[in-house]
Ligand binder design. Structure first.
Ligand code: HEC
Length: 317
């Protein structure tokens, strides 16, 4: 055990975890956020290095954390450099370096997994039964609930802000554990319903029942359901998702019966229907209703778009 490590254990009490809210957020807000904030005061001000350290999502999306390994995490490397190093954070003429205690806390927090909350989901409470797409859309998109994000990450989800300057708008996807994901896990997204704008549920075990949860995500602009078992009944549950711009239904069980619902998505820019039971008649009805939208049904249309069938382009237009 190194001496810094001993010291920090003594400072915070042996065996006690370093807590993000209690120990880390105060350091970042007093020592870093003058430069690394997403909350722009002037309209053209961006966080330094595009790195916002004032929210969990900003930190997570900054690519500066390697949870479990402080020594390879830029967030720790930059604060632990020698006093006179050019790359030291905060810069030596702007408040740097941090105290030994602060550096040690950051190290232990990252080494312990860089958790933003306990992640058990216990503190989250119930999802309101009367939640619906309209309600969600009128809810303010505040800083997403860190406990809810940790809980979803505990269920294998990957959650990222769609842009560094909009840390409250999130994408949710299951990258490697999709095959285990059922309606139950998908329902948990509703804890951050007001924040989710993109959802990749492709290849999950979602059913038509599960789409009722998705149908409440009133801010969704991108939805990927490719190669799931959903069908027309499920699409009915999505009728209120009026912000959808991109919808991938490739390899699902939908038929022409879903076209009237899709035809009402006025902002739709692309819909993927390849390998479904949708007929060319169905496609022409849709084309008439949405002349601007890209409608992909034929293998020919598909060619050059999804080069790798195992990974049909995510949200590419
Ligand atoms: C006075 C402004 C200022 C303060 C305060 C400041 N930074 Fe920075 N930071 C910058 C600038 C400018 C850059 C980009 C130039 C560079 O990489 O050195 C940067 C870059 C970084 C990077 C590299 C980002 C990347 O993507 O490579 C990290 C990590 C970082 N800062 C962390 C911190 C931490 C942690 C704190 C507080 C303990 C902090 N900074 C305080 C201005 C600041």
């Amino acid at each position: 055990m190194s001496c810094t490590c001993l010291m920090v254990l003594q400072l915070i009490g042996l065996g006690q975890d370093v807590d993000y809210k209690k120990h880390i957020a105060p350091i970042l807000s007093s020592k870093c956020n003058s430069c690394h904030t997403a909350k722009k005061k002037e309209s053209d001000k961006k966080p330094k290095a595009g790195l916002a350290l004032d929210t969990p999502t900003g930190i997570r999306s900054g690519g500066v954390l390697d949870p479990g390994d402080a020594s390879s995490s830029e967030l720790y490397i930059r604060v632990s450099l020698p006093k006179n190093a050019d790359d030291l954070m905060p810069p030596s003429d702007d408040g740097g370096p941090l105290s030994t205690k602060e550096v040690a806390l950051i190290k232990k927090w990252i080494d312990d997994g860089a958790k933003f909350s306990s992640g058990s989901g216990e503190a989250l409470g119930k999802i309101p039964a009367d939640l619906d797409a309209r309600k969600v859309k009128s809810m303010p998109a505040r800083e997403p609930n860190a406990d809810a994000i940790a809980h979803l990450e505990g269920l294998g989800a990957t959650i990222n802000p769609v842009s560094v300057t909009l840390p409250e708008y999130l994408s949710v996807e299951w990258i490697s554990t999709y095959y285990k994901i059922t309606d139950k896990e998908i329902e948990q997204i509703l804890h951050i319903a007001a924040n989710v704008v993109e959802a990749d549920l492709s290849r999950t075990k979602i059913t038509n029942e599960g789409l009722k949860h998705v149908g409440k995500l009133g801010r969704l602009t991108h939805l990927n359901l490719n190669r799931t078992a959903i069908g027309d009944k499920g699409i009915e549950a999505l009728a209120d998702l009026q912000s959808l711009e991109w919808l991938n239904l490739y390899g699902t069980k939908i038929t022409d019966a879903s076209m009237p619902i899709i035809a009402k998505y006025r902002d739709l820019k692309a819909v993927y229907l390849w390998n479904t039971a949708v007929t060319s008649n169905g496609v022409s009805t849709l084309r008439k209703a949405l002349p601007e939208a890209k409608i992909v049904r034929d293998t020919d249309d598909r060619a050059g778009r999804f080069d790798n069938l195992d990974d049909p382009g995510k949200f590419d237009f």
